[in-house]
Design a protein around this ligand. Structure first.
Ligand SMILES: Cc1cc2nc3c(=O)[nH]c(=O)nc-3n(C[C@H](O)[C@H](O)[C@H](O)COP(=O)(O)OP(=O)(O)OC[C@H]3O[C@@H](n4cnc5c(N)ncnc54)[C@H](O)[C@@H]3O)c2cc1C
Length: 374
């Protein structure tokens, strides 16, 4: 039997893991706008300690041992022919590419703020972007963080930890931040932010200029639609969660009303055998949570099961968000469960067990030395 060919569209957090899992079972082609995994996770660490962040979240594809057998194509996808089973796009030189598939895994994620954009970038451009955002915040004496989700909270906490002399204020629309998490999670984080001297400002909804979704750090005063006087700081960081799915390369009949890819619980695109979607782009549940709940394992299993006529498994989403909120800190890594309980892994265990053993070997099946910003 000829080997099947699987195209993984988008090699971000979940695409890389999916390609790794499938690499020994088929000819896998990974197509992505970046030459590396450039994760959307841990914005706060990325902005305040970019070299630390880069070691774990900006990983060139040649660092992953199990991607050696995967053909990586750096290109922007622009279309799919579902009948002919091909995807098309343009590579870094602007030349057209066409790739045939037996199975297609759509994992092109979302665009969010200035830190998650599906633009074609070289390693030098990725590094320059990380350094520029860090420098912009380093020189500011006061920073406003706008937003109430994980990216905003993590940014406020990490900026205050790295630069205790700056004035950091967090403005969010609700009575509490982190509405998608258990209330206990916010209570714990609130205590930490207060101890760090972060000013907390509930009930503030920012007036976003038309068409602006926080693509840059600004310096103009922020106006509030909730009635408070406008507020100024040297730098304004927008983490307002205006995510846009990276699906303009897909036909509209595959998408829901908000532009995310419609999927069955098995992560299949309905009525399109061989086509799957996973991660932030897949409309699995209101939080679109398959990336952080082992969607890579599920989709890899189901692609292989469909090839061999075995039963497929279904996705079950937890009702609440969970995970690390602040990233690795000097006092270790705190992980919040969907129940609001938290446990802290001490720094020695993160450095010697969690990152090398659980993440680099267990999850990625081997990562070569990586320190792209040092
Ligand atoms: C193991 C793991 C742990 C996690 N832990 C947490 C946690 O603790 N807390 C938390 O909140 N979240 C966590 N997350 C989830 C995280 O917040 C996001 O859900 C995750 O980053 C989404 O990954 P993605 O692959 O769907 O999207 P992305 O990582 O954004 O990947 C999409 C990729 O596709 C590329 N692309 C887009 N469009 C095109 C195109 N047209 N052509 C070519 N390439 C394109 C992009 O450039 C990008 O590289 C975790 C995720 C994982 C995998």
């Amino acid at each position: 039997m000829t080997r099947k060919r699987i195209v993984v569209a988008g090699l971000g957090d979940v695409g890389v893991l999916t390609a790794i899992r499938l690499s020994r079972h088929a000819d896998v082609v990974g197509i992505s706008a970046k030459p590396a995994l450039v994760s959307g996770q841990e914005l706060g660490v990325r902005l305040s300690r970019p070299a630390d962040w880069a070691r774990d979240y900006w990983i060139p594809f040649d660092r992953f041992r199990r991607l050696d057998g995967v053909r990586k194509v750096q290109a922007t996808l622009s279309g799919v022919d579902l009948g002919a089973r091909t995807v098309v796009g343009r590579d870094v030189d602007g030349a057209p590419i066409t790739e045939r598939y037996d199975a297609l895994v759509i994992a092109t994620g979302v665009t969010n703020g200035f830190w998650r954009r599906p633009t074609l970038q070289s390693a030098a451009e990725i590094g320059a972007g990380l350094r520029a955002a860090h420098a912009r915040l380093a020189e500011a004496r006061s920073v406003i963080v706008v937003g109430g989700g994980a990216a905003a909270v993590s940014s406020a906490a990490n900026l205050a930890t790295t630069w205790p002399d700056k004035r950091i204020d967090l403005y969010f629309p609700g009575a509490r931040a982190l509405p998608a998490y258990h209330p206990r999670t916010w209570r714990r984080i609130q205590g930490r932010l207060t101890r760090l001297g972060v000013g907390l400002h509930p009930g503030h909804r920012a007036d976003l200029p038309a068409g602006f979704a926080g693509e840059e750090i600004t310096a103009e005063p922020v106006r509030w639609t909730t009635g408070q006087p406008e507020t100024s700081a040297d730098a304004v960081l927008w983490a307002v969660g205006r995510v846009r799915p990276n699906t303009d390369w897909l036909p509209p009949e595959l998408l829901d009303e908000r532009g995310f890819v419609r999927v069955t619980p098995e992560l299949r695109v309905p009525g399109r055998p061989g086509v799957f979607a996973v991660g932030d782009v897949a409309a699995t549940d209101p939080l679109r949570s398959s990336a952080r709940n082992r969607g890579d394992a599920l989709v890899a299993h189901n692609v292989r099961a469909e090839f061999s006529g075995r039963p497929l498994r279904g996705y079950r989403a937890p009702g609440r968000r969970w995970g690390s909120l602040l990233g690795i800190q000097p006092d270790g890594l705190e992980v919040f469960l969907p129940t609001g309980q938290a446990f802290r892994l001490p720094p020695w265990s993160v450095e010697r067990v969690v990152m090398p053993g659980i993440v680099r070997w267990g999850m990625y099946r081997g990562v070569r030395r990586n320190d792209p910003l040092r």
